[in-house]
Design a protein around this ligand. Structure first.
Ligand SMILES: [Zn+2]
Length: 413
């Protein structure tokens, strides 16, 4: 029991009226089924952080039973809800970044890495600058943890390049990268490159020295090159099984060596379109829950109605009724329109893994990989980034989302 003197209560009321709503100073307790052991718990939140976790006999409200877990952390968000982080011509705005962030909260993503894909140095620099100016806006509540640069230093080969525009694909250029790194406020947390390109190994070593997580992706590298990239510091394969040509040699292809390398983590897109269920199953068996990250690769088309759209190059992009996002000109996928929450539900269904393992792959592992020591698990002292959810047939049903102790989303009952 906490006793407040009347004048203190008055001061608290005044504070509540004056302070912006995102400042959390209150003490709250939330209950749910703990994702680690399936038992009811009460989690105490104080000043935006987790103050304690207590196992309880039963939930106070048994009519709304939901899992309670750390918020999801998505390492590949190209855009969301009509906002693209690669918009050219100054179309990306602070309002757009805020909108994408608050829409992501509704699907349980409490932290994410806006992802900028292959483009001109001008567009990348302009958008990194805007992101750097917006990242620490109080309304974002610390949800943007840094950025993912996917490309432009990737394979120019059709298929491996995916939907990245050929005219902007180039070899690693440290001077250019450093200019982008500075524009980002030194907040590029990870970069996806093709390790077989001229100068890639030196680039990987330099990034690793700066603490930037190197990912390999959109490449057609051989086993020795992949192993060398890992020895030089590369940590993860970006969306393993995608960014790969449709027709490959059954013995010599980039998939086997990435699966065979025990030091290389893998991110996988489990939306039901990017990988077949048996691929998810095999990748999971090989890498295990500790070396796998569920990612979304979600784009600005997520949340829009099905139909044909034009991208910024004027090319046709098709969003099917089933939620598949296609780039018909190359007969490849054009990123995803499915949130990471769908991937969590799907991997549980396909592999039979525990809820705790799925959350590990969508929250704890990315937090560890990027050195985000203040989030990714429910422990006293960590940020109160918490989700309550039930598991539906093809997606998580997010009931509530807390970011830094603030209730930012509550589903209508
Ligand atoms: Zn990609």
């Amino acid at each position: 029991m906490i006793y407040f003197h009347k004048s203190k209560i008055f001061r608290l009321i005044v504070c509540a009226l004056v302070l912006p709503v995102h400042i959390s100073f209150a003490q709250t307790k939330i209950e749910g089924i703990y994702y680690l052991n399936n038992k009811p718990v009460s989690i105490e939140i104080k000043d935006g952080k987790i103050a304690g976790i207590q196992q309880i006999e039963k939930l106070s409200d048994t009519s709304h039973v939901a899992y309670i877990a750390p918020g999801l952390i998505d390492n590949q968000v190209n855009g969301f809800a009509g906002v693209s982080f690669c918009f050219a011509g100054g179309l990306l705005s602070k309002e757009g970044i805020l909108k994408a962030t608050s829409e992501l909260w509704k699907i349980g993503v409490t932290s994410y890495l806006p992802t900028l894909t292959t483009n001109s140095e001008e567009v990348l620099s302009q958008n990194f600058t805007l992101l750097a100016e917006t990242k620490n806006d109080k309304a974002i509540l610390g949800s943007i943890v840094g950025y993912h640069l996917e490309g432009p230093y990737i394979s120019s080969e059709d298929g491996y390049r995916g939907a990245h525009p050929l005219k902007y694909v180039r070899k690693p250029d440290w001077k250019e990268f450093m200019a982008l790194y500075e524009a980002s406020g030194r907040n590029i947390l990870t970069v996806t490159i093709a390790p077989e390109l001229d100068g890639a190994m030196e680039f990987i070593r330099k990034c690793t020295k700066l603490g930037i997580v190197v990912a390999i992706g959109h490449h057609n590298a051989t086993k020795p090159v992949i192993d060398q990239a890992v020895m030089n510091g590369a940590k993860i394969a970006t969306h393993l099984g995608n960014g790969c040509a449709n027709m490959i040699n059954r013995h010599v292809n980039p998939l086997w060596p990435q699966l065979a390398n025990n030091q290389l983590m893998a991110s996988i897109i489990c939306d039901g379109f990017h990988l077949r269920d048996e691929e998810i199953s095999v990748f999971y068996k090989v890498k295990g829950s500790e070396m796998t990250i569920i990612t979304s690769d979600v784009t600005s088309y997520a949340g829009l109605p099905s139909g044909e759209y034009k991208n910024e190059e004027g090319e046709t992009i098709e969003l099917t009724k089933e939620g598949m996002l296609r780039y018909p000109a190359q007969n490849v996928l054009y990123g995803s329109a499915s949130p990471i929450s769908k991937g969590v539900a799907r991997i549980i269904k396909v592999t039979g893994c525990q809820v705790s393992e799925a959350i590990m792959m969508a929250s704890t592992n990315p937090a560890k990989l990027y050195g985000l020591t203040d989030r990714g698990s429910i422990e006293p002292g960590k940020r109160a980034d918490i989700i309550l959810f039930t598991i539906g047939e093809s997606d998580l049903k997010i009931v509530k989302t807390y970011v830094s102790g603030n209730l930012v989303y509550e589903a209508s009952k």
